[in-house]
Design a binder for this molecule. Structure first.
Ligand code: TNX
Length: 514
């Protein structure tokens, strides 16, 4: 159903993304140009300040007792809308946003802002409307890989702002990988002193024929703990939870370059300058390794209040474990049949440590190999398969299958697309994503927490390039994860132009920008 609004002689589509679950457009409009005042209770000072700050962009100023009333109110009787749901009403007397919790108020504010014209100088007339809205999924995520290419603090904040605009609420921060460790850890300074710097960077595609071309200079960067705290606090104001990812037991070259004693004996390690899957993994036979990981977790949980900590767990070649006397001894001692079981043992120990800190473990779908840790949540990336398997075992799942959710793939097959790891993956394909595939039996639907778009950054070197690859595809994903699950691409496409004009206001370098 397309809703239209009619005022000022112009018929315009109700340009909201994600489109609300229920909306009824009424005759008439409310002019909010000029002054407004915000009525709110004490606990809503944060959302009210946020609203006032944003309205300022349109030249709308908040002043006590002046102009149109915008009321923000918590209401315990709205539990049917959940923590993030809200009611928004605009009528000739004013605006009201009511919700069970502050997150719902925040999302009502986002919708209100999206009802204002994309053009700041246009008439500031809101349509009279009644909206009732709530998310389909509680996990509406993006993942940013800052190991392959480092992104500055200011850009991370902009990324979070854009997420909030689209009602996305989980930022999965991929902080460690073979090509660079990017998080300050006080107890192990070499992680950043040595592990954050690689000697050079591959510029040509890893699978390209012919000579490889490199940028022949050292590349590095990391976040101090102070910066992390600042970003976590910034995200919290936007109803975004940050989930840090600390990769293990694979994708560990940068750690092992800094602290080689954590590897199986007999190998050399360096911070990698190319992309791919490497044999450099933590030794699973050494107790020192588990002590080290516990120390890392202790600092990580002090920085990130998130319920979940992501431990990676993907792409674990077991060549070194097969050759390593310590790993083989460990397997014998505890009666493991093969290295996949050793991989599972490793993850189970990580889970126990996290439980000690009151946190839950998430890993990529490879953590299913050799047996899933007791309470683990699975992030399914290679396809839906791992996620389906985990859900049927009663584990929570985040669906992030590469065929819908990999925004490091090119957006089209056109020859003028920038170098990308693979593709194409069109925006239509993103929009067709359903985190609950039809084949999953009803009793397991409850285990699917939601979905996530992943931006791996092997070939994405700058903030502008990150935006180019992510938008507009992320807009489609946001609607999928918030929306009702009734995908109608032409209805979405009709609203997309308006949303892109809004992104233009924030200098977003989206794909297709004129
Ligand atoms: C696979 S997805 C990886 C990453 C790469 C990505 C490139 C996952 C858990 N591992 O290390 O960057 O493919 O698309």
């Amino acid at each position: 159903m397309v809703c239209f609004r009619f005022f000022g002689g112009i018929m315009e589509k109700l340009n909201l993304i994600p489109f609300p679950v229920k909306s009824v457009v009424k005759p008439g409009g409310l002019d909010v140009g000029g002054k407004i005042h915000i009525n709110r209770s004490d606990e809503l000072v944060g959302p009210a300040d946020f609203l006032a700050e944003k309205l300022h962009l349109w030249g709308i100023e908040a002043q006590a007792g002046a102009g149109v009333s915008i009321s923000l109110r918590l209401d315990d009787s709205l539990s049917r809308l959940g923590e993030e749901g809200y009611q928004l009403r605009v009528n000739p007397e004013g605006v009201s946003i009511v919700a069970l919790g502050t997150a719902g108020i925040f999302y009502g504010i986002q919708t209100l802002l999206n009802l204002l014209p994309a053009d700041y100088s246009a008439a500031k007339v809101l349509p009279c409307i009644e909206i009732e809205d709530w998310p389909r999924f509680s996990w509406r995520g993006t993942m940013l890989d800052v190991s392959r290419h480092f992104m500055p603090v200011e850009f991370i904040k902009k990324w979070l702002d854009l997420m909030a605009m689209h009602k996305l609420n989980i930022f999965h921060w991929h902080l460690t990988d073979d090509q660079g460790w990017r998080l300050e850890i006080k107890k192990y300074p070499k992680l950043t002193a040595t592990g954050s710097v690689r000697a050079r960077t591959l510029l040509t595609h890893i699978r390209a024929e012919g000579e490889r071309v490199y940028e022949e200079k050292a590349y590095g960067g990391y976040y101090t703990q102070e910066q992390v705290r600042e970003i976590v606090a910034y995200a919290a104001k936007l109803n975004i939870e940050i989930i840090p990812e600390i990769e293990m037991p694979g994708h560990a070259s940068a750690v092992l370059a800094a602290y080689p004693h954590l590897a199986c004996p007999g190998y050399e390690h360096e911070v990698k300058c190319e992309w791919g899957i490497f044999d450099d993994i933590y030794c699973a036979g050494s107790e020192e390794v588990f002590g080290f990981i516990d120390d890392i977790f202790a600092e990580v949980v002090s920085l990130f209040p998130s319920q979940y900590i992501h431990i990676g767990g993907d792409e674990v070649p077991t060549e070194h474990w097969q050759q390593c006397p310590l790993c083989q001894q460990r397997m014998q001692d505890i009666g493991l049949d093969d290295e996949r079981e050793l991989q599972s043992y490793f993850i189970q120990r990580a889970e126990k440590m996290l439980e000690k800190y009151g946190r839950k473990l998430i890993g990529w779908d490879e953590i299913l190999e050799g047996g899933l840790a007791e309470n683990a949540t699975v992030m399914s990336w290679r396809s839906f398969e791992g996620g389906l398997k985990a859900a049927r075992q009663g584990h929570h799942v985040i669906m992030s299958p590469l065929q819908h959710c990999y925004f490091d793939y090119s957006q089209t097959d056109r020859s003028d697309e920038p170098l990308a790891i693979g593709g194409p993956l069109t925006i239509e394909t993103v929009y067709e994503f359903n985190p609950i595939p039809a084949e999953l039996e009803g009793q397991y639907h409850q285990y699917i927490l939601g979905g996530q778009g992943n931006i791996w950054a092997e070939y994405i070197r700058t903030p502008e390039a990150i935006e180019y690859m992510s938008y507009p595809r992320l807009i489609a994903l946001a609607e999928v994860l918030w929306g009702t699950g009734r995908a109608d691409y032409s209805f979405f496409a009709a609203r997309l132009g308006g949303q892109l004009r809004r992104l233009g206001n924030f200098d977003v370098n989206y794909w297709g920008k004129a």
